[in-house]
Design a binder for this molecule. Structure first.
Ligand SMILES: Cc1cc2nc3c(=O)[nH]c(=O)nc-3n(C[C@H](O)[C@H](O)[C@H](O)COP(=O)(O)O)c2cc1C
Length: 380
């Protein structure tokens, strides 16, 4: 019985380790989209299904920037630096004036480091797009190819794959370079059944090519890409641990994003309690208020991290910090207190951390905090 149990344990371990190895051997494809209204995302899901119909390949859908659209808000945001870690990329974007969208164009314009270090050379790419009427459809897909060929990517066209099966009695978005959808041609639900089918076939074919070319080009582990230090690295090096972002205690949001600006207000909460509460000169001294100010700024950065979907490298600028302190009427050294927050902003974000600033005293601050910080950031 003992021998049988040992045999069974070895058998199970072998199966588990084989499964893990097979998983690690799978080619990984990024389906990278920009989408305003969700049409491109619908196509992306079909592309992804086609890719994953090949058991040797797995895919992940990410977007080039965060979106407030409920259909898109939970899709993770890709960083430029991660592109070179995949075995292939399927790019999707809306058609804007016979071209790629500005969202996709902005993202690609940040790939200069990847370009000059040849990081995407030889990597397979394919493209798909969501159009309105379809005006300039093929021009737009061609424009996508222009940018990707500058990177030296191996462009995989779709040809007439799947076209035999589609309903020819309605307008369809098929192009030979890649699937598209005619989202505003509303006589049928869009993407139409045929457009979805073509996207699926494109994904399936792309997966086949990816698997065949896997390992034939350099991935980022082999290429030194010159880039600025990531904020997470800075935090780790300086032993700065961000707290869990405090939850709101009223009918408001911990942050609001308007365009590229993020607005955040925090007090000196730590582990559910206010750190060093009270009025300066009455129940707390300057050092205690500075400590509370630093904690408040850490809370601000923790909330900011949520606002940029966990990627603090998306912070372009600390625009303004306003420090409000619980002081007596005749107190004048607010600027000294606020340096605890300003220094932290510069320590974490470097040049991008230099900000405009205001400080003021108040006769009381909510929940008896000795400090409140209002912060404005510019983000990608
Ligand atoms: C600035 C702008 C320009 C556009 N230009 C075109 C165009 O040239 N041809 C076209 O067919 N649709 C055009 N459209 C429509 C979008 O391509 C269409 O709404 C698309 O389905 C959006 O994709 P999404 O649902 O993924 O956001 C344009 C939309 C915008 C906002």
């Amino acid at each position: 019985m003992k021998t049988f149990n040992r045999f069974l344990a070895v058998f199970i371990l072998t199966i588990i380790s084989n499964t893990i190895m097979a998983q690690n051997n799978k080619a990984k494809i990024l389906v990278l989209i920009h989408s305003d209204n969700g049409g491109t995302y619908e196509l992306a899901k079909q592309i992804s299904k086609g890719i994953e119909s090949n058991s040797n390949v797995q895919s992940v859908i990410k977007q080039v920037k965060s979106s407030d659209n409920p259909k898109l808000k939970d899709i993770p945001v890709a960083s430029v630096d991660e592109l070179s870690s995949y075995d292939g990329i399927a790019f999707g974007s809306p058609v804007y004036f016979g071209n790629i969208s500005t969202g996709m164009s902005d993202f690609l314009s940040k790939t200069v480091n990847l370009w000059t270090s040849h990081a995407l050379e030889g990597m397979p790419a394919t493209v798909f797009m969501s159009a309105g009427s379809g005006a300039g459809n093929e021009l737009a897909v061609q424009a996508f190819w222009n940018s990707l060929s500058v990177h030296g990517m191996v462009l995989v066209s779709n040809g007439i794959r799947g076209v035999a099966k589609i309903d020819k009695n309605i307008p369809q978005g098929n192009t030979v370079l890649g699937a598209t959808s005619l989202a505003s041609v509303k006589n049928v639900e869009r993407p139409s059944v045929g457009e979805r089918e073509i996207a699926f076939e494109q994904g399936k074919n792309f997966a086949k090519i990816i698997f065949a070319l896997k390992g034939t080009f350099n991935k980022n582990s082999e290429i030194k890409i010159s880039q600025a230090k990531s904020i997470e690295k800075v935090l780790a090096e300086k032993n700065i641990v961000l707290p869990i972002a405090p939850k709101p205690v009223g009918n408001y949001s911990p942050f609001v994003r308007s365009g590229n600006l993020v607005f955040i207000n925090q007090v000196a909460l730590k582990d559910g309690k206010i750190m060093n509460p009270g009025k300066l000169g009455v129940s707390v001294d300057e050092n205690q208020v500075k400590e509370a100010t630093q904690q408040t700024m850490l809370n601000v950065i923790a909330v900011l991290k949520d606002a940029v979907n966990g990627d603090l490298d998306k912070v372009k600028k600390v625009v303004q910090l306003t420090g409000i302190f619980n002081t007596k009427d005749d107190y004048t050294k607010h600027a000294d207190l606020m340096n605890a927050a300003s220094d932290l902003a510069v320590e974490v974000f470097g040049e991008k951390g230099k900000h405009a600033r205001a400080t003021l005293g108040a006769s009381s601050i909510p929940v008896n905090s000795s400090v409140e910080i209002q912060a404005i950031f510019e983000v990608e």
